[in-house]
Design a protein around this ligand. Structure first.
Ligand SMILES: [Zn+2]
Length: 358
């Protein structure tokens, strides 16, 4: 909280309205209800002109910002800004499956399950589930440096964090059959982090070793400790990005309660400037109307100064259903909607966006 206030004070902003004035590019022009899309920007065949064309198509539908992973950052900045759109650089955080350097140089930084296995050598569920331990100071410093460098790139409006969490100790309900699991309790091989640094710090704070707890999942202090370790990591990253005059946003699990239970995220306590909960109703076997209530839970938990942009999942939303989802998000008090992802936006979808956000 202190970080955010300091950041806003530096911009001369002390209220919501003055902040939006101070940071118009965050909102792609400060419209009342903003629209965004995640973009896989790593195509080898699309050049600057091609991206300008794609972003112009989105802008025509009223989309005000893009969250872009991969590809050349400067090119995407130029393409997005040429259309008056905000650009958040979308990056993976604690999941470092693509970070060979850290895997080679610091295998000890990777989180360890209640079975004592490293996520580097024994990743849970899928091969790319290789996660850093958020409790370790060098990990926080490393991620703050990495994100600070992203923030320092000219024109980047914000750093957009993804995978800021532990591996799913419980998967969203719709994925249980995929992995042939019945996750009605926290299973040891999916429960993190029990590395030496986590055990030592928790023992110092509480006198308990999480490895020897009779029922680790039932221990409230152990649960809260892990939420807080992720939060402290986000705080370190926020200091680095805000110091460069850039905002920080994140894609997070759908509600504060689900996020805590499934992946140990207490995102309503993070120093973010914009929050993008992934309200992917299909993952939870919920109807579209669920988006309204889930949005409202997030809005109620966040400080009033932190806008919530509702993330929605296009493969589960043919055009008429997308309109319904956007209306549900608005009803729940969202400040905007973000669609996953650009490749799924048909012309019919864009027509729906144009009329639903107006
Ligand atoms: Zn650890």
């Amino acid at each position: 909280m202190t970080d955010r206030r300091t950041f806003l004070a530096a911009l001369g902003a002390s209220t919501i309205s003055s902040r939006l004035t101070a940071l118009p590019t965050l909102w792609g022009g400060g419209s009342a209800f903003s629209a965004w899309t995640w973009v896989h920007g790593g195509s080898a065949t699309i050049d600057l002109a091609g991206w300008k064309t794609r972003y112009a198509r989105l802008r025509d539908a009223g989309i005000t910002g893009v969250l872009v992973s991969g590809g050349d950052t400067a090119m995407h900045v130029e393409a997005a800004h040429s259309q008056g759109m905000a650009l958040h650089r979308w990056v993976w955080t604690l999941n470092r499956s693509g970070d060979k350097k850290v895997q080679d140089e610091h295998p000890e930084w990777f989180s360890v399950s209640r079975e004592g296995k490293s996520s580097l050598t024994t990743p849970p569920y899928v091969g790319y589930y290789k996660w850093l331990c958020p409790t370790r100071r060098p990990v926080r410093e490393y991620l703050a440096d990495v994100m600070g460098e992203v923030a320092a790139i000219p024109g980047v409006d914000a750093v957009h964090l993804d995978y800021v969490r532990h591996p799913d100790v419980i998967l969203p309900r719709n994925l249980w059959e995929t992995y042939k699991l019945v996750q009605d309790h926290e299973m040891a091989q999916f429960d993190y982090c029990y590395c030496d640094v986590c055990r030592e710090r928790f023992e110092r704070e509480t006198g308990k070793d999480p490895f020897t707890l009779a029922d680790a999942p039932a221990d409230v202090e152990w649960r809260r400790f892990r939420w807080r370790m992720v939060t402290e990591t986000v705080e370190a990253i926020a200091r680095a990005t805000h110091a460069r005059g850039k905002a920080l946003s994140a894609a997070v699990f759908p509600t504060p309660m689900i996020a805590r239970r499934l992946v140990r995220q207490e995102w309503d306590r993070w120093p973010l400037d914009l929050v993008f909960p992934m309200l992917y109703h299909g993952f939870y076997r919920e109807p579209i109307s669920w988006i309204a209530g889930a949005t409202a839970e997030g809005v109620a938990a966040l400080p009033v100064s932190t806008p919530l942009v509702a993330g929605v999942y296009l493969p589960d939303l043919p055009p008429p259903a997308l309109g319904e989802a956007i209306r549900a998000a608005r009803e729940g008090g969202a400040a905007g909607v973000s669609m996953f992802e650009m490749g799924g936006l048909t012309d019919a979808h864009l027509q729906v966006v144009r009329s639903a956000i107006g």
